[in-house]
Write a protein that binds this ligand. Structure first.
Ligand code: F58
Length: 855
C-alpha cells in the first residue's frame, strides 16, 4: 500500500460523511415530477436547416459563451457537437427508459480498450443530419469539413482488439440490442507517433485538451474501489463461516457516459468509461499537518490508475498499474450494473437473466472472482450458488495465438493488491481440478497443465485458464483461430468441455468503414442496389451482376480515383508526402509486430530497388507502385522500433533516388490511427495481409480493405482464409505456407540461413541493407533486423519470400489489365457482406448471449 494513499476504515468502507461508496443520483421526491413540462418527452430540435441553425447558435452563445463573429474553429466544433448531442439526447433517454422498463437482458461488454475514432461524423450519419448540418453551417459561413477535422479521435486502444469493441457496440445499437460498453477513460490514449531521423518518438496523446463534447461525467454516481489489505474470517449469526476483505486503500471511479447511436433507428446505447480519482480531494490530516506536497501525491497516486493506455507491460511497475487498471474498471462496472441497472429488490440468483458479461480477451477476467466475492461476501451466497451464477454471467473471447500474449499474473502481486480475489481464485482452481481429476483419474500431468496456477517460471495465475474455466462459452475470432485455440492453445480444455468452444468470425461496421469513409463508393453501390446494404450487408451480393456492367465498372473506378485524390490531398497537408498519380497503391497498415511481417513487404521493395540498381531490371519495366506503411510500435518493443527506423531509411533512399523516380515510392505517414485509416483504406488497390500462417487471430483491416474494393495479397491465416473462400481464388492473391506447413517446417528445424544462401534475391536485398546503402554507409545500423532474419527468423519471413515475390508478379500482371482488376475488386465488395459486425453480433447473440433485440 502506498504510505500516503487513502486509508479505509477498519470496516472496509469509507465513513458516511466522507466520499460516497456508491453515491446515488438525487431523484427528487419518489421520482415524481412536479412540473407538467417534466412529464413531456424530451424534445429534439426540429429536423430542419432552420432548427439546426437555431440550436447551433444557441450552443455557441450559451455553452461556448461566444458570438458567431468572435468564435474560434474550436468553439464552432464544440457547438456543433453540442447541437448533434441535442438531437441524440431524446433518443438516449428514451432508450434507457424502455430498456429499464422491459427489464431486458443486456450485454455488458467488458473491454480495456475502445478505439472509437472520431465521433462527429458517426453521430451526424446516425441521426441523418449530414445534409442539414452542412447547409445550416454554410448559412453561418462555416465549412463542415473544417469542423470535422478539428476533432481529436479518442485513441483508447492499441489496435484491432480495441477497434473491434467499437465496431461491436455500433452494431448492437444499430440492431436494437441492449448493451452497455464498459471500459476505462484513459486521460492519455495511444501515444502520438512522430518520427525523428526516421525513428519513432512517442508524444503524449492529449485528446482531452481542447474539450470533450461527447462525454457526460456523473461524479455523483462514483463508485469506490478497494485495494490491498487482508481478509478476516468470521462466523455469522447462522453459524456459517464468512470472509471479510479489509482493504488498505481505495480510489473512486467516476463514470463518463458516451452515446453509442444506432444507425437511423432511434436507439442510443451507453458506453460507460471510468476515470480514477482520489477518494478525498486532499488527505485532510496530511494537509492540516502542513504537508501539502504529500497530500497532492496521494491524489496523483489514485489518478494514475486511469492516466494512460498500456501499449505493453514489460516493467514490473507497469505490470502493477495495469492490474490496478483491470480491477478498477471491472469493479466499477459490476458495481454499476448491480446497483444502477437492476431493481432494488432484484434477486441476484437470477442475474444471468439480465446480463451477460463478454470478456474482451483476458484483460477483464478479474471480474470473475469479483462477482464471486460480491455474491458470497456481500450477499451471503454459498460457493456453489455463487459459482452457478458467475459461470452463467461470463463468456470469453480470445484474440491471440502468441503464447507470450497470454496474461499471467504473479500470485505475489495479485495477493498484495487483491488478497480476497487470490483466495477465491485458489478456490476456483481447487473445485476445477477436482473435476479434472474426476474426469481423467490419475492423469496428474494433465491436471498440472490445466491448472489455473502455474509454478514456472514463478508462481502465477494463467488468466486464459481462469477465463476458460469460468466462461459459458469461449470463442476465437476466425475459423482457423478457433480451431487452433481448441487444438493448440487450450487442447485439454476442449477435451474436457468440447461444447464450450465456439467460433465467431470478426466483422467491421459498414457504417463507419464503408458508408462514412467511402461516400463515393457508397453512392455507386446505392445507385445500383438501393441503400438497404448499410444495415444488411449481405445485400452487396446483388452487385455480382454489375461486375460485367461497363458503366458500373467506370463509376466504381472513378470512386477509387476520387479516394486516391482525397488521400493525396490529405497526405500533402498532413505529412508533406506527395503521392504520385497512376500508381498501384499498395497498403500495409496495422500494429508493428514481427509476426505481421512488415519486414516481408520491406524486403520485397528493397529487392525491386536492388534489381534496378544492379541493372537486372529496367526501372521503366517496374509497375509504378507506391507502398504505404502505417504502424505504431509498442514503446518497449525494440525490434519493432528498429523495423520502423529501417522502413523510414529505405523510404528516404528510394524516394530520393532518381533512378526509380516515378516507378517506386514508399510513404510512411506517422501516427496511423482510425481517422487516417478512413482515408487510406478506400484509396488502396492492394491490401497486404501477410502474417505467418497461424499467427494472426483474425485481422479486421483485411475485411475493411476488401469491402472498399482492394484486392488482397495474403497468407492462409486468420480471416484471410474466409475472405478467400468467399471471394474466390481468382480474386485473391494467396501465397506462403499454410499453418500445417509452418508447423512442419518448425518441427524439422527451420534454418533461415539456408534460404539466405540459396535465394539470390533474398541475399541481394539483405546484403544491400547490410552494405549501408540505407544508412549513410553505416553497415551495422540495421544488424538487429538482418541478423534476426538470417539467424532466427521466428516468423519465417525468408521461407515465404519467394512465394510472396511470385504473387506480386501475378498482381502486376493483373493490374496491367484494369478491367480485370476492377471486376475482381467489385467481386470482393459483392462477396464480403459476411464480414459485417452485424453478422458477428448475430452469431454472438445466437450462440453465446441469448439476448433479444428490442422491438
Ligand atoms: C487483435 N489483437 C488480433 N491486441 O491481433 C487480430 O488478429 C484480431 O483481428 C483483433 O485482435 C480483433 O479480434 C489485438 O489487437 C492488442 O491490441 C493487444 C492489447 C493489449 C496490449 C498489447 C496489444
Amino acid at each position: 500500500m502506498p504510505d500516503n494513499a487513502q486509508q479505509t476504515t477498519s470496516s472496509g468502507t469509507t465513513p458516511a460523511d466522507e466520499s460516497p461508496t456508491t453515491a446515488h443520483r438525487e431523484k427528487g421526491p419518489a421520482g415524481t415530477p412536479t412540473h407538467p413540462l417534466a412529464l413531456a418527452p424530451v424534445k429534439s430540435p426540429p429536423h430542419s436547416v432552420d432548427g439546426f441553425v437555431a440550436a447551433f447558435l444557441g450552443e455557441l452563445n450559451t455553452t461556448q459563451g461566444v458570438q458567431l463573429s468572435h468564435s474560434s474553429i474550436n468553439d464552432q466544433y464544440l457547438a456543433l457537437a453540442g447541437t448533434v448531442r441535442q438531437y441524440l439526447m431524446a433518443r438516449w433517454l428514451e432508450t434507457s427508459r424502455k430498456t429499464h422498463e422491459a427489464k431486458a437482458k443486456t450485454v455488458g461488454y467488458l473491454s480495456a480498450e475502445y478505439l472509437l475514432g472520431r465521433q462527429l461524423g458517426n453521430a451526424l450519419m446516425a441521426s441523418d443530419l449530414n445534409e442539414i448540418a452542412e447547409k445550416g453551417l454554410e448559412q453561418c459561413g462555416i465549412d463542415l469539413a473544417t469542423l470535422r477535422s478539428q476533432e481529436v479521435e479518442p485513441g483508447l486502444g492499441n489496435g484491432g482488439l480495441g477497434r473491434l469493441a467499437a465496431c461491436f457496440i455500433d452494431s448492437l445499437a444499430t440492431m436494437n440490442v441492449p448493451c452497455i460498453g464498459y471500459g476505462i477513460r484513459y486521460e492519455y490514449g495511444i501515444f502520438r507517433q512522430t518520427f525523428v531521423d526516421g525513428r519513432q518518438v512517442e508524444q503524449p496523446d492529449t485528446w482531452l485538451a481542447l474539450g470533450s463534447p461527447w462525454e457526460f461525467p456523473h461524479p455523483e454516481e462514483s463508485v469506490q474501489v478497494n485495494f490491498g489489505g487482508h481478509t478476516e474470517r468470521t462466523v455469522d449469526e447462522d453459524g456459517r463461516e464468512r470472509t471479510t476483505w479489509v482493504p488498505a486503500w481505495n480510489v473512486l471511479g467516476v463514470p463518463y457516459n458516451y452515446m453509442v447511436p444506432g444507425y437511423l433507428n432511434g436507439r442510443v446505447n451507453p458506453l460507460r468509461l471510468w476515470s480514477a480519482q482520489a477518494t478525498k480531494a486532499f488527505d485532510l490530516s496530511i494537509f492540516n499537518a502542513g504537508d501539502y506536497a504529500e497530500a497532492v501525491r496521494a491524489q496523483t497516486f489514485a489518478e494514475n490508475i486511469s492516466k494512460v493506455l498500456y501499449p505493453e507491460d514489460s516493467t514490473p511497475q507497469g505490470k502493477e498499474l495495469r492490474l490496478q487498471q483491470q480491477y478498477f474498471f471491472v469493479a466499477c462496472s459490476l458495481r454499476d450494473f448491480i446497483d444502477n441497472e437492476l431493481e432494488e429488490d432484484f434477486d441476484l440468483h437470477n442475474l444471468p437473466d439480465r446480463i451477460i458479461f463478454q470478456l474482451n480477451d483476458t484483460h477483464p477476467v478479474i471480474a470473475v472472482p469479483e462477482l464471486m466475492r460480491i455474491l458470497m461476501d456481500e450477499r451471503g451466497f454459498e460457493w456453489e450458488e455463487a459459482w452457478e451464477v458467475t459461470h452463467r454471467c461470463f463468456a470469453y473471447t480470445c484474440h491471440t495465438l502468441l503464447p507470450e500474449a497470454l496474461e499471467v499474473w504473479s500470485t505475489d502481486l495479485l495477493g498484495r493488491l487483491l488478497p480476497r480475489h487470490l483466495e477465491i481464485i485458489y478456490g476456483i482452481n481447487e473445485h476445477f481440478l477436482a473435476e479434472v481429476r474426476e474426469t481423467f483419474p490419475g492423469d496428474e500431468l494433465r491436471a498440472g497443465r490445466m491448472s489455473i496456477i502455474t509454478e514456472y517460471p514463478d508462481r502465477g495465475i494463467r488468466m486464459a485458464h481462469l477465463a476458460t474455466v469460468a466462461a459459458t462459452k469461449v470463442n476465437g475470432v476466425a475459423e482457423l483461430h478457433s480451431q487452433l485455440l481448441r487444438d493448440k492453445v487450450l487442447p485439454d480444455f476442449s477435451a474436457l468441455w468440447p461444447e464450450r468452444f465456439t467460433n465467431v468470425t470478426n466483422g467491421v461496421t459498414p457504417r463507419r468503414f464503408v458508408k462514412m469513409a467511402n461516400p463515393k463508393l457508397s453512392d455507386v453501390i446505392t445507385d445500383a442496389i438501393g441503400s438497404g446494404w448499410v444495415t444488411d450487408l449481405e445485400r452487396l451480393k446483388e452487385l455480382e451482376t454489375y461486375a460485367l456492367d461497363e458503366d458500373f465498372l467506370v463509376a466504381f473506378r472513378e470512386a477509387k480515383d476520387w479516394n486516391k485524390h482525397r488521400l493525396t490531398t490529405l497526405l500533402r497537408t498532413r505529412d508533406g508526402i506527395d503521392l504520385p498519380d497512376g500508381h498501384l497503391l499498395d497498403v500495409m497498415v496495422k500494429r508493428l509486430h514481427e509476426y505481421k511481417r512488415q519486414t516481408l513487404k520491406l524486403l520485397h521493395v528493397v529487392s525491386l530497388y536492388e534489381q534496378v540498381l544492379s541493372g537486372k531490371v529496367a526501372a521503366a519495366d517496374l509497375t509504378p507502385r507506391t507502398v504505404v506503411f502505417g504502424a505504431k510500435a509498442a514503446p518497449g518493443y525494440r525490434m519493432a522500433k528498429d523495423i520502423i527506423h529501417l522502413i523510414n531509411r529505405v523510404a528516404h533512399t528510394i524516394n530520393t533516388d532518381p533512378c526509380v523516380e516515378g516507378r517506386l515510392k514508399i510513404a510512411f505517414p506517422a501516427n496511423y490511427n482510425v481517422t487516417l485509416a478512413e482515408k487510406l483504406i478506400p484509396a488502396a488497390d492492394l491490401s497486404e495481409q501477410i502474417s505467418l500462417a497461424g499467427m494472426e487471430a483474425s485481422g479486421t483491416g483485411n475485411m475493411k480493405f476488401a469491402l472498399n474494393g482492394a484486392l488482397t495479397v495474403g497468407t492462409d491465416d486468420g480471416a484471410n482464409v474466409e475472405i478467400r473462400r468467399l471471394v474466390g481464388d481468382e480474386n485473391f492473391f494467396l501465397f506462403g505456407m499454410s499453418e500445417p506447413q509452418v508447423a512442419e517446417l518448425g518441427a524439422h528445424g527451420y534454418n533461415p540461413g539456408e534460404y539466405y544462401q540459396r535465394n539470390a534475391s533474398i541475399r541481394a536485398a539483405i546484403d544491400l541493407i547490410n552494405s549501408g546503402a540505407f544508412s549513410d554507409g553505416d553497415r551495422g545500423m540495421f544488424d538487429s533486423v538482418t541478423v534476426s532474419l538470417t539467424h532466427h527468423d521466428r516468423f519465417m519471413v525468408l521461407a515465404d519470400f519467394q512465394s510472396y515475390v511470385d504473387a506480386q508478379a501475378k498482381i502486376e500482371e493483373k493490374y496491367a489489365d484494369q478491367d480485370a482488376w476492377t471486376r475482381s475488386a467489385v467481386l470482393n465488395v459483392a462477396r464480403c457482406g459476411y464480414f459485417s459486425s452485424d453478422r458477428s453480433m448475430r452469431d454472438y447473440i445466437r450462440n453465446i448471449w441469448h439476448t433479444q433485440p428490442m422491438l
